[in-house]
Design a protein around this ligand. Structure first.
Ligand SMILES: C[S@@+](CC[C@H](N)C(=O)[O-])C[C@H]1O[C@@H](n2cnc3c(N)ncnc32)[C@H](O)[C@@H]1O
Length: 276
C-alpha cells in the first residue's frame, strides 16, 4: 500500500491515475448541491432574491457577529433572534400577503428570512431612531425591520424605517401593522436619500447592486449618519465598496457569510461598517 501511495504521489502515471479519485472527491461536494438545485427548480417559484433559512451553526455565528458589533451580551442577541424566528404573527402576515399578491407566481408562500434575521437583531440591539433600507422589493426586509421597531416601541425606544425602491409597485408585504413603522420612498434611491433630512442610525444598502451605485449610496448618506451609525451592506460578498468606504472614513469593517440550509445558493452575507 505504501509503495502504491509513493508511486501515485511521485510519478506522471500516478498523476493520471489520480484523476478519477480527484473527480469523485470533488463530486461529493457538488452532487448534494446539484440535487438541491433539481428539487428547488420544481418546488420553488422564486426567480431572484432567494429566501431560505440559515444552518444552526451559521445562526450562532450571526449571533456572535451582531453581539460583537453592538457590544451587547450574546444572550441578549440570542433572545432577539429567537424572537424573530418564533414570531408567528409576522410569519402569518408574510404568508398571507404573498398568497394574495399578483406576484405570487414568482414568490414562495413560506416565511424564510435568511440573513435578514441579523438585520432584525441589529435593530433590536441598537434601538435606532431612524433606519434606512434601500431596495424594498417585496418588503420582506422592511417587514422584518418594522417588526423589530414595533418591539422597540413597546420597550419604550421608538424608531422609524424609510425604505426606497424605483419600482412603483414594490412593497406588497408592507401592510398594517408593519406599515405603521415604515414608509416607502418610491423613485431612484439616491434621489430619495437626498431628500431625507433625518439623521440615520442604521443604513442598509440593498438596491441597485452595481458597485458604482452602491458606493454613491454610502457617499450620499455619509453626512447624514449619526455618530453611532452602523451601515449594513447586502452586496459585500461580491463588492469591496463598503470595505473601501470604511477604510477611507476610518470605520471598522466586518463581514458575515451566510450558509443557506437546504438550498443550492451559496449565500450572500452582511457587511458591517461601524465605529469601534
Ligand atoms: C435585492 S432587492 C431588495 C431586497 C429587499 N431589501 C429584501 O429585504 O428583500 C433590490 C431592489 O432594489 C430596487 N432598485 C434597483 N435599482 C434601484 C434604484 N436605482 N433606486 C431604488 N431602488 C432600486 C429593485 O427594484 C429591487 O426591488
Amino acid at each position: 500500500m505504501e509503495k502504491l501511495k509513493h508511486f501515485l504521489k511521485t510519478t506522471a502515471a500516478g498523476r493520471i491515475l489520480l484523476i478519477p479519485y480527484r473527480f469523485w472527491f470533488g463530486a461529493h461536494y457538488v452532487i448534494p448541491t446539484f440535487k438541491q438545485l433539481l428539487h428547488w427548480t420544481f418546488t420553488s417559484r422564486e426567480i431572484d432574491n432567494f429566501t431560505y433559512d440559515l444552518t444552526a451553526l451559521n445562526r450562532q455565528y450571526l449571533i456572535a457577529f451582531v453581539a460583537t458589533v453592538t457590544h451587547q451580551p450574546v444572550g441578549d442577541v440570542q433572545r432577539y433572534i429567537d424572537e424573530i424566528v418564533h414570531d408567528q404573527a409576522l410569519h402569518d402576515h408574510i404568508v398571507r400577503f404573498t398568497q394574495q399578491a399578483p406576484e405570487r407566481y414568482i414568490a414562495d408562500s413560506t416565511a424564510k428570512y435568511s440573513r435578514r434575521i441579523g438585520w432584525y437583531a441589529f435593530v433590536r440591539a441598537m434601538k435606532p431612531k431612524i433606519v434606512v433600507e434601500t431596495g424594498t422589493n417585496k418588503g420582506l426586509g422592511s417587514c422584518i425591520i418594522a417588526a423589530a421597531l414595533k418591539r422597540n416601541a413597546h420597550d419604550g425606544a421608538p424608531g422609524y424605517l424609510y425604505t426606497t425602491d424605483i419600482d412603483p409597485v414594490a412593497g406588497y408585504l408592507l401592510q398594517l401593522p408593519y406599515s405603521e413603522y415604515a414608509k416607502i420612498l418610491y423613485g431612484d434611491s439616491i434621489a430619495s436619500l437626498n431628500t431625507l433630512s433625518q439623521t440615520i442610525d442604521l443604513f442598509i444598502n440593498d438596491s441597485d447592486h452595481s458597485q458604482e451605485y452602491e458606493l454613491r449610496e454610502y457617499e450620499t448618506v455619509q453626512a447624514k449618519l449619526s455618530p453611532r451609525a452602523i451601515i449594513l451592506g447586502d452586496n459585500v460578498h461580491c463588492s469591496s465598496k463598503l470595505w473601501e468606504f470604511s477604510q477611507r472614513t476610518k470605520r471598522a469593517f466586518l463581514f458575515f457569510q451566510e450558509q443557506p440550509l437546504h438550498h443550492w445558493y451559496a449565500g450572500a452575507g452582511i457587511g458591517v461598517s461601524y465605529h469601534l
